[in-house]
Design a protein around this ligand. Structure first.
Ligand code: PLP
Length: 346
């Protein structure tokens, strides 16, 4: 049976070009980038080339990119790092109530350490109102963290407006762009963003490698302690093949993103129309227009999402009811009703 994979929000297949780029760094150029000899320097050069490709994708400078072990680690680094470095200034953090667990759980942890967290509500489309962000700011606010697009309902948040508000109030702005980097444009200066979390496996790169963009001058404490790798910002020997793969994936995404997004938007809307027009008791979750080009999320009333998924799987269609990291949770997670099913492709 031919299988159809519609779960790109969970992870993507690694692009053949990415695999080709990675291979030599397992056994030919296997050096440690911190070593002085030629093997080390080869690995270091490859890491730096990848850094500049990831930076180019978001309009950043190479030295503002720190490679991490995942998007989750980038989120933890951004939030805990700012919280620790700014705690003498204040203890208040603003996030949305629909952030990924990597942000929600990090803030829950910080809440237990004495930080105060405001969870902003979203509208029926899963959209944060920038006015709510403005109203939530206090003298003690040290960080605003609002995701670029939601991983389940696909709604694209108004990060440009939120970035302006944060900049005016002189508060750091972090966005979790794990679902958007390489899929839709994001620019650190156009949107006044100070910190961006990214993850290679969502843009046809390998799993287990992410990055945090840190605007030059941002005060942030290191999160991993040990060696002096990543200019002292993240100790641990670099995952060179993974980083090279991330760089190649970023390069391909930059070349193909706009065309790909146009193509996917047509397919997305065709699927939405087909489901809503052809199946009773269905409704679209998330914003009808301001949504990721590769995201369809629908509710089907009176049926449990899990049973739809199992039946789709029997027919060779792989979709999801929500975030892969909460797949055992039967509660619908998006603004929407019973039986929500998400189809994300690229
Ligand atoms: N943030 C968002 C919005 C995500 O969708 C994900 C993964 O699904 C993550 C963070 C975590 O990324 P990683 O799987 O690289 O830890």
């Amino acid at each position: 049976m031919k299988r159809i994979y519609l779960d790109y929000a969970a992870t993507t297949p690694t692009h053949p070009e990415v695999m080709k780029a990675m291979l030599p760094y397992f056994n030919e150029s296997f050096g440690n980038p911190s070593s002085i000899h030629s093997y080390g320097q080869e690995a270091k050069d490859a890491t730096e080339r990848a850094r500049s490709k990831v930076a180019a994708l978001i309009g950043a400078k190479s030295e503002e990119i720190v490679f991490t072990g995942s998007g989750t680690e980038a989120d933890n680094f951004a939030i805990k790092g700012v919280a620790l470095s700014r705690q003498t200034k204040g203890n208040h953090i603003i996030i949305s109530s629909i952030e990924h667990h990597a942000v929600l759980e990090t803030c829950k942890f910080l809440g237990k350490q004495g930080f105060s967290i405001t969870y902003l509500p979203v509208d029926g489309y899963g959209m944060v109102d920038p006015n709510d962000v403005k109203k939530a700011i206090t003298k003690k606010t040290i960080l605003i963290s609002i995701m670029h697009a939601n991983n389940e309902c696909g709604t694209i948040e108004p990060v440009g407006e939120i970035g302006n508000i944060a900049r005016e109030a002189e508060i750091y702005f972090h966005t979790d762009a794990v679902q958007t980097t390489g899929h839709i444009p994001i620019h650190v200066n156009k949107s006044n963003i100070d910190l961006i979390s990214m993850s290679a496996h969502k843009l046809c790169g390998p799993k287990g490698v992410g990055a945090l963009y840190i605007r030059k001058g941002t005060r942030i404490s290191s999160f991993m302690h040990g060696g002096n790798q990543e200019r002292g910002r993240r100790a641990s020997t670099e995952n060179v093949p993974g980083i090279v793969g991330f760089g190649r994936a970023a390069e391909i995404a930059q070349e193909e993103m706009l065309e790909e997004a146009q193509k996917l938007t047509v397919l997305r809307d065709w699927l939405i129309e087909g489901i809503l027009g052809g199946i009773e008791y269905t409704q679209l979750n998330g914003h009808p227009v301001k949504r990721l080009p590769n995201n369809v999320n629908v509710s089907i009333n009176y049926v449990e999402g899990e049973s739809i998924l199992l039946n789709l799987d029997l027919d060779g269609i792989c979709a999801s009811t929500g975030s892969a990291c909460s797949s055992e949770d039967l509660e619908p997670s998006c603004p929407g009703g019973d039986g929500a099913a998400a189809f994300t492709g690229a």
